[in-house]
Each structure stands twice: as structure tokens, then as C-alpha cells.
Ligand binder design. Structure first.
Ligand code: SF4
Ligand code: SF4
Length: 358
């Protein structure tokens, strides 16, 4: 929820904001261009923040071109708050067990998109107070969000009610309107930061422009299905043959799981080291991986179509029962980064078009 209402300032205010976060000791993480892709990483200067680029996304395709607005790349906040690999404990050659002291870092995400803000709310529900690493980083996290004036080809945040404008749970949210910046604060810290930015209450003309832009953006980020009754409708069609048809082009690579900002499954390995010690390591895993379903005595989901069906139904149906919210924030990453361009939106529409019971 906004604490302040909307303010308007100059686009250069972002530089002031960045400097202030660094001065306050935050590790500022934002999108930068690495090897032709937008990657989330630590920014040591404002210039490192990606600029003058646009990401063109469609099923199975991603490229960067010159432009003035971008959405995101394969990374999401999950990569930092719940890293791909994490050492849980070590055992020395003398059998002494030690738990690594996780580095305390105050992180500020800068220019995060509303869908990724929403993904943190989903992760909070699962990991906050449960996962020590996540909880320690989360408590001092600062969230500076950039609203999306131009959703991409795989975005459907509007359908999932997570964007393209952030509504709550941020410290500061801004929207670029050419040379102007529309800003609002969502926390006490956000309010302090806002006061540094030489802003003034929004005027009627700018407000009207802002509203029109956000309405247009919202229209662009629709999936083509409605959320109302979706979990029930999908579960009624659990026997749908659509899943089997779709996975004819699925590689079972689990890229969708890896790039999804809310997938939180993991596996645990013991890694023997050359000096006689060993480490127990947690590694991201995903329900599309064959080994994920292997248990003592068998496999609970040996068919690829059943694994893909589980991915879809978990995100859009079971998650509601488990956690009281959807597990999908509509970021579109699983669509863009699927090597064969399998499109979650199309799967859902096709399943819904089929009759009840399959
Ligand atoms: S899904 Fe919505 S919030 Fe996320 S990048 Fe696309 S338009 Fe922005
Ligand atoms: S299921 Fe796909 S669209 Fe939904 S949050 Fe995960 S990656 Fe994004």
C-alpha cells in the first residue's frame, strides 16, 4: 500500500536514490547486461544498471535490442535469497561438524519488476521463518520497484494480479514517463528515500498520463484466461490429454523450474573433498527432472506428461490449497526460457477448452 500517494520528479532522481542506498551500506542488486542477456547482479555504480536496451521475449526466444524499457532476464530475486547451491554443513576429516556462518548482507533490489516483487511475497509464505538463509537476508531487504509501462511478449502479470503496477510490499515504486518519474513510497524507509528526491505531488495532467499508460500496459499483460474458478476448472480436467500432447516437444530439462521465481524444490548431496572432509550441499531441483520423483522402491511420476501436469497444476491449483495464493506470478520466464517454446498460457487455454473429465 502506498504511504504517500503519487509524486513526480525528474528521471535523474534514480541516480540520487542509487547513491543513497550505497551510502547506507546496501549491496545494490539490479539488472545489467552480461553476454547479451539481462542478469541480476551487484551494481557498483549507477552506470552499470542496464540502460538503452529492450528485451524481446517470445516462447523459446530472448534477445536484446536498443530501446528504452526492459523487463527482466532469467534471474529473479530467488537466485540471491535462495541460492542455486548452498553448503548446509561441513564435516572435517576428524568428524567435526561445522555449520558455515552465512554472511550478513543488507541487500537492496533496484528496479525490480512487479512480478518479481510478487515472487518474494510467494517465497515469504514458504521460506520466511523456516529457511535460515532466506530469513536472515529478507529481514533487511529493501525493494525498489520499477512499474512496467510496456509488458513483454510472454508477460501475463495482469491476469495473475501481480503487475504491471506494484500495489504493495515495496519500499519505493517508480514509473518512468519519458523524462519524468512518478514515485510512491510503501514503507518508512521508502518515505525517507522519497524525501531526498526533490519530488512534488503529482499534477492532474501527469496523473492522467500515468493512469492511461498503466491501463494500456495492463491490457497487454493478459494471458487469455481468467483466474476466477481456474483451480477448480483445471482440477476437473485433470485427465486432459492436452498434457500428453504438449510434452511431445518437452525435453524434460527443467529449465522452467530453474528460471521460475517461485519454484523452491531442492535436492541434497554429500560432496567428499580431497582433504578427507565432506560438505552437505543443497541444490535447486525441479519437478520436471526425472530424478525428482525417484524414491526408495520406485518412481512416483515416471511419465514426463505427468511431471509437466504437476508443474502446471501446482502453480495454478494446488498452491492455493497449500499456501492460500497462486504459485505463478505471470512473469513468463518459463515460456521464454523453454528451449522448445512450450507456453504455459496456451496449455491452460487448451486444457480449459477440453471437456470436463478429460
Ligand atoms: S510480467 Fe508484468 S510485471 Fe513482470 S516484467 Fe512483465 S509486465 Fe512487468
Ligand atoms: S510458472 Fe512460469 S510464468 Fe509462472 S511464475 Fe513460474 S516462471 Fe513465471
Amino acid at each position: 500500500m502506498s504511504l504517500t500517494g503519487l509524486y513526480v520528479g525528474r528521471a535523474v532522481s534514480l541516480r540520487i536514490l542509487f547513491s543513497e542506498l550505497r551510502r547506507l551500506g546496501y549491496v545494490v542488486i539490479g539488472y545489467k547486461v552480461v553476454d547479451g542477456v539481462l542478469r541480476l547482479g551487484e551494481l557498483n555504480s549507477f552506470e552499470e544498471l542496464a540502460h538503452d536496451v529492450e528485451d524481446i521475449q517470445s516462447p523459446g526466444k530472448y534477445s536484446l535490442v536498443s530501446g528504452d524499457f526492459y523487463r527482466h532476464g532469467p534471474d529473479s530475486p530467488k537466485r540471491f535469497l535462495y541460492p542455486p547451491t548452498l553448503t548446509l554443513f561441513k564435516v572435517s576429516s576428524e568428524w567435526v561438524v561445522s555449520v558455515p556462518a552465512y554472511e550478513e548482507r543488507n541487500i537492496a533490489f533496484f528496479g525490480l519488476k512487479p512480478c518479481d516483487l510478487a515472487s518474494i511475497k510467494v517465497l515469504d509464505k514458504i521460506l520466511l521463518g523456516v529457511d535460515e538463509y532466506y530469513t536472515s537476508l529478507r529481514k533487511n531487504l529493501v525493494l525498489v520497484v520499477e512499474n512496467c509501462v510496456s509488458p513483454g511478449g510472454t508477460c501475463f502479470c495482469s491476469t495473475m494480479n501481480t503487475g504491471p503496477r506494484a500495489r504493495d510490499s515495496f519500499d519505493l515504486a517508480y514509473t518512468r514517463l519519458n523524462d519524468k518519474l512518478v514515485v510512491e513510497a510503501g514503507s518508512e524507509l521508502g518515505l525517507k528515500l522519497l524525501n531526498l528526491l526533490e519530488v512534488e505531488p503529482i499534477d492532474d495532467v501527469t496523473y492522467e498520463r500515468f493512469e492511461v499508460m498503466m491501463r494500456n500496459a495492463s491490457e497487454k499483460a493478459r494471458a487469455g484466461f481468467e483466474l476466477n474458478g481456474l483451480p477448480e476448472e483445471l482440477e476437473l480436467r485433470i485427465e486432459s490429454k492436452t498434457y500428453e500432447e504438449i510434452v511431445e516437444k518437452c525435453l524434460g530439462c527443467a529449465n522452467c523450474n530453474m528460471v521460475c521465481p517461485t519454484c523452491f524444490c531442492f535436492d541434497v548431496f554429500d560432496v567428499p573433498l580431497i582433504d578427507g572432509s565432506a560438505e552437505r550441499v543443497r541444490v535447486w531441483d525441479g519437478c520436471l527432472n526425472f530424478t525428482y520423483g525417484q524414491v526408495a522402491g520406485g518412481h512416483f511420476r515416471p511419465d514426463l506428461w505427468a511431471r509437466y501436469r504437476h508443474f502446471v497444476l501446482h502453480k495454478l491449483a494446488y498452491w492455493i490449497k497449500q499456501f492460500g495464493m497462486y504459485g505463478c506470478v505471470g512473469c513468463g520466464r518459463c515460456i521464454t526460457w523453454c528451449p522448445t517454446g512450450i507456453d504455459l498460457r496456451e496449455t491452460v487455454k487448451k486444457v480449459l477448452r477440453g471437456g470436463k473429465g478429460g
